[in-house]
Design a protein around this ligand. Structure first.
Ligand code: 5RP
Length: 220
């Protein structure tokens, strides 16, 4: 069974005619987008706000109408994946590098729905290295500040070159010995000059769609 497909498609049940929908990024969202494309073909009328260039390109291929922030007054609903989800629906996101736009859109949405297969569910966040988006200027100094906070940062690379986000920034993937107080860490990280945003999404998710032990989609 394709677990990502099951949770990704389920989220489309929340999408209603006329909605402005934040469109997340990643391999689970791929299935949400495919299903939305099908629904649009069948007559559903929505406007999508993409969280990445990758999502915008796929949405265009699927003829899902897109809007920019200037053209909308609100986002009704945002749907997105996650790298880790704890019991309080706190998240680590940014494995795909889109965390900044994802957080802007999740924050702006009236409802934020997370689609996550059971492998993403954890008791405490932190096994997945926390992505921290930083400006390239002074990256070594920013990295030093992250170490002072207890993190072990590693510059994300692709083919040996620093990975660049859609915003032109770098990503430091950080292991922290403990993420028991993620809310405080989220704030401390964003106080470091050079840090643009981090992948902790604390108290933002309204609904989680995952699978139960019978592999059926279940909502929290
Ligand atoms: C991208 C993200 C993704 O939502 C997260 O990495 C999960 O991706 P996938 O659905 O491919 O497992 O935060 O920045």
């Amino acid at each position: 069974m394709n677990e990502k497909k099951a949770v990704g498609e389920k989220a489309t049940e929340f999408v209603k005619d006329g909605m402005v929908v934040g469109l997340g990024t990643g391999s689970t969202m791929f299935y949400t987008l495919l299903k939305l494309g099908q629904l649009v073909k069948e007559g559903l009328s929505i406007q999508g706000i993409p969280t990445s260039i990758q999502t915008a390109e796929l949405a265009k291929e699927l003829n899902i109408p897109l809007a920019g922030f200037k053209e909308i007054e609100k986002i009704d609903l945002a749907i997105d994946g996650a790298d880790e989800v704890d019991e309080n629906l706190n998240l680590i996101k940014g494995g795909g590098g889109a965390l900044l736009r994802e957080k802007i859109i999740a924050k702006a949405a009236n409802q934020f729905i997370v689609v996550a297969d059971p492998s993403k569910m954890v008791k405490t966040l932190g096994s997945f290295p926390l992505p921290v988006e930083i400006v390239p200027f002074g990256a070594e100094m920013t990295e030093k500040h992250l170490r002072e906070l207890g993190g072990s940062p590693a510059l994300r690379r692709v083919n040996g070159e620093p990975f660049r986000t859609d915003n032109g920034h770098f990503i430091l993937d950080c292991i922290f010995p403990s993420l028991a107080q993620p809310q405080e860490l989220e704030v401390s990280l964003n106080k470091i000059p050079g840090v643009v945003e981090n992948g902790l999404f604390i108290g933002m998710a309204d609904v989680l769609i995952t699978l139960n032990s019978d592999h059926q989609p279940i909502l929290y």
